[in-house]
Design a binder for this molecule. Structure first.
Ligand SMILES: [Zn+2]
Ligand SMILES: [Zn+2]
Length: 85
């Protein structure tokens, strides 16, 4: 249901995806956040919201891919790899 322009629903209706049709005024209500993700601070440029989210999401993914491949390869480097490049 809508109260003062905000969406509210009881827990059962939130879980059942019946937020808009909830009429359970007798139950404790939960405020539903607006559709879409709330603006989050970009970890790449530290702006809220990020001016170039697509670009920075890509950068973040690339960084994550790199760090996850590091985790898989945490053993000693192969002997043929020179340590002081
Ligand atoms: Zn309800
Ligand atoms: Zn950014």
């Amino acid at each position: 249901m809508l109260i003062d322009g905000e969406k509210w629903a009881c827990e059962a209706c939130v879980r059942g995806h019946r937020v808009t049709t909830c009429k359970h005024h007798d139950r404790p209500l939960i405020r539903i956040n607006r559709k879409g993700r709330p603006f989050s601070t970009c970890s790449v440029c530290n702006n809220t919201p990020c001016p170039t989210p697509e670009e920075h999401t890509k950068l973040k993914r690339e960084a994550e891919a790199k760090s996850s491949s590091k985790v898989q390869c945490d053993h000693a480097p192969p002997p043929e790899t020179p340590l002081n490049l």
